[in-house]
Every structure is written in C-alpha cells, then in structure tokens.
Design a protein around this ligand. Structure first.
Ligand code: ATP
Length: 224
C-alpha cells in the first residue's frame, strides 16, 4: 500500500534575472499522506507558487524528486506529465480560470469528459459536487452570472471532479472578501475531507492555515 500521495525530496529551483541568480527553492522536502490537508505558509515572494508549479508538473527547470502517488514524476516527458496531472491532481487558483462560455455544470463536466466519462456520468457528478457546495440552483449560470464566491466554488468542484489523489491550491480564496473567503474555505475543506483527497494549499493567512491538518512554512528556500 502506498502511504504517501506526495513525496518531494531535495527540490531546487533558481531563476536568473539580469545577471543575478535567485535561489528560490534550496532543497525542499515534503511528505503528504493520503487524505491529509497541508497548509503551505510563507510571506510574499518566499516561493509558494514556485513550489506548487513544480508539484503540479506545470514547469520544468527543477532539481530533485517529486513522487506523486508513488510515481516519480519530475523527469516525465510532456505526455507523462499531462497524464499525471489529469489522473492524479486537481488545481484551484486564486482566480478561478473558468471557461466564460460554459455554464457552471459544463465547467465541472469538462475534466470528466476528458477522462472518458459519458455525458450523463459527467453531468451527474457535476451536479453532485455543485449541490454539495450549495450551487444546485446555479448549474446553468455562466461564470459572469455568478458572484466571486460562487465562481470559486465552481472552481473547487472542477478541481475535485476526477477524485484526484492530491488537490493543489494557490491562495484559493485570495480574491474574496474575508467573510466570503472563510465560508468558501470551510466548504472547500469539508468537500476535500468528504472526498478523501489530500491537499496542499498555499496561503499567507495564518488564521486560515490553522484550519488545516498541518502547517509547513517556506523560509529561505526550505520548509520548516
Ligand atoms: N519566472 C521567473 N523569473 C524570475 N524570477 C521569478 C520567476 N518566478 C518567480 N520568481 C521569483 O521567485 C520568488 C518566489 O516567487 P513565488 O511567486 O513562488 O512566491 P510566492 O511565495 O508564491 O509569493 P506570493 O505570496 O506573493 O504569491 C520571487 O522572488 C519571484 O520574483
């Protein structure tokens, strides 16, 4: 049995800018167990997004090892990275990145259809998730017809559609007012727990981080 959803070892990343090299990640080690919700804390510029991009297999240029659900993913080719992203990962960003011409349900159905669900299966699953997030009455609304909090709930449902082993979220409520952010975060965490996914959630908000199972802090390129 695999006892880890994510194992990062010795992860490094530096950027060259104007003749200067900035070492953003200097050997990050991180273990996330199945169903565990981990808060990634760190001040602005500490490298939270860089770390999530590495784990999300969205960018190259990293040193070290990234095991997702037991599979070494750091050196996969583009097709392999796409497969792991599609089959194992879900993403929530600060800005929802919903498709503007698709309604709420269709936005959630899309990742399911890409993974060979039938239309009926995709629709059922989207309805189930959106209803669990209190959006059962907004299924046919387009993103522009939804509030910011509702849009972010749709993004949460989309991330969980394929029952990912690991959800990666970068300031998932950073674009919402404080009261809405608290409610959406609580619903997000409840749904992730209910679905049994693990999550790595970047935030610079200590109060929010304390609602998660464990907190790790990025400091000078390493995790403490
Ligand atoms: N493509 C890039 N080229 C050069 N420098 C970069 C690049 N991407 C990130 N950086 C630098 O790496 C550092 C970490 O950036 P990153 O976005 O990961 O921080 P963060 O902790 O997510 O910050 P925030 O909370 O403000 O989003 C910053 O100093 C940034 O300027």
């Amino acid at each position: 049995m695999i006892d880890s959803v994510l194992d990062v070892a010795g992860l490094t990343r530096s950027f060259s800018q104007g003749g200067e090299t900035i070492e953003v990640l200097r050997g990050v080690n991180l273990h996330v167990g199945p169903g565990e919700i981990v808060a990634l804390l760190g001040p602005s510029g500490s490298g939270k997004s860089t770390l999530l991009q590495a784990v999300g297999l969205l960018e190259g240029g990293f040193g070290g090892s990234i095991k997702i659900d037991g599979e070494e993913a750091a050196r996969l080719d583009s097709d392999g990275r796409t497969r792991v992203r599609r089959d194992k990962l879900g993403f929530v960003y600060q800005f929802h990145h919903l498709l503007p011409d698709f309604n709420a349900s269709e936005n959630v159905e899309l990742p399911l259809l890409i993974r060979d669900a039938t239309r009926a299966q995709a629709k059922d699953r989207a309805g189930e998730l959106l209803t669990a997030l209190g959006l059962g009455h907004r299924l046919t609304h387009r993103p522009s017809q939804l509030s910011g909090g509702e849009q972010q709930r749709v993004a949460v449902a989309r991330a969980l559609a394929n029952r990912p082993a690991l959800v990666l979220a970068d300031e998932p409520t950073g674009n919402l007012d404080e009261a809405t952010a608290d409610v959406v975060l609580a619903e997000f965490l409840r749904l992730v727990r209910g679905e049994g996914s693990a999550a790595l959630i970047a935030t610079h908000n200590e109060r929010m981080a304390l609602k998660m199972d464990r907190v790790v802090r990025l400091h000078e390129g390493r995790l403490a």
